[in-house]
Design a protein. Structure first.
Length: 195
């Protein structure tokens, strides 16, 4: 399984890029993202490539590098990460083993066309959250026993009686005067008409 990540797309989804961007903000955001990925992926990080745009690369960008086994790439000047990722998707010889992480429409379509798996950034972030040590899923609501259900139904039985009384809700009597012709229901253009 190979994972290809649109770096800045994921950073924007995380809300890790401040506005306005100051010197060093992007470098810190990239480092935080890579550390988060490394923690979540562990040994599987060696099957992961994160691509960042060169237009936002640090002035002394090292070019292609590795971070705890994760392949980190910066595009060439005037090339966007989307272009590089789309090219990598197109060149993939085993697309069924490829997962593309991006919410970018163009990349989602490219992955789908190639029959690779596409995961939106927000869904991937949810997955990352579940990988944290000590993560406990939100407990589901406890099921109500038959006895407890009967007690509650009995406690609120008066509501049915109260709602059925036209004195409390005059629209009940108004609605009795509204009739819909069955022919109106068959023709969708006439469904809105009532007699």
């Amino acid at each position: 399984m190979f994972t290809l990540i649109d770096g800045y797309n994921l950073l924007f989804s995380l809300g890790m890029i401040p506005s306005p961007v100051k010197e060093g903000d992007l470098q810190r955001a990239r480092q935080s993202l890579l550390q988060m990925l490394s923690d979540a992926l562990g040994e599987k990080g060696k099957f992961c490539t994160v691509v960042f745009d060169a237009t936002r690369a640090p002035s002394r960008a090292p070019g292609d590098t590795f971070f705890h086994g994760i392949d980190v790439r910066f595009t060439k000047r005037r090339e966007e990460a989307d272009d590089m990722i789309a090219f990598m998707i197109k060149q993939c010889t085993t697309p069924k083993q490829l997962t593309v992480i991006s919410s970018d429409h163009r990349l989602v379509e490219a992955a789908t066309r190639k029959r690779a798996t596409s995961v939106k950034a927000d869904d991937f972030l949810d997955w990352l959250e579940r990988q944290k040590p000590g993560y406990a899923p939100t407990p589901t609501a406890p099921q109500v026993s038959a006895e407890e259900r009967a007690v509650w139904l009995n406690a609120f039985a008066y509501v049915d009686t109260e709602l059925g009384d036209a004195k409390n809700y005059p629209e009940e009597s108004w609605m009795k005067g509204v009739q819909v012709d069955e022919n109106d229901l068959e023709d969708p253009r006439k469904r809105h008409r009532m007699k």
